[in-house]
Write a protein that binds this ligand. Structure first.
Ligand SMILES: [Zn+2]
Length: 93
């Protein structure tokens, strides 16, 4: 199984777990190492956006992005804003 395939499957598994529990989440890109998606580093994406960007039909084979699940609170803000902030400040260099 390719790394891209593994990544997508993990995201789908994670999504199913939180769906069952009714927990709102977004997905943060860790893409400083990826030439194709550097500008996405620290961005919070919906599952549908993740599926679109990282679908196997079109994602570059040498994509090096990591995708991590971020739990959201009732008001739609990350429960761990410091993690998101840290990624964003890395992106700013
Ligand atoms: Zn990438």
């Amino acid at each position: 199984m390719s790394p891209n395939e593994k990544r997508l499957q993990k995201v789908l598994r994670d999504e199913q777990s939180v769906n069952r529990l009714g927990i709102p989440v977004k997905y943060m890109c860790l893409s400083l190492m990826c030439e194709h998606h550097k500008s996405l580093h620290g961005e919070l994406l919906d599952i549908s956006e993740v599926m679109e960007i990282y679908k196997l039909e079109s994602v570059p084979e040498d994509c090096r992005c990591g995708i991590t699940q971020i739990l959201m609170d009732e008001t739609g803000n990350p429960r761990t804003p410091e993690i998101v902030e840290k990624a964003k400040s890395q992106a700013r260099g």
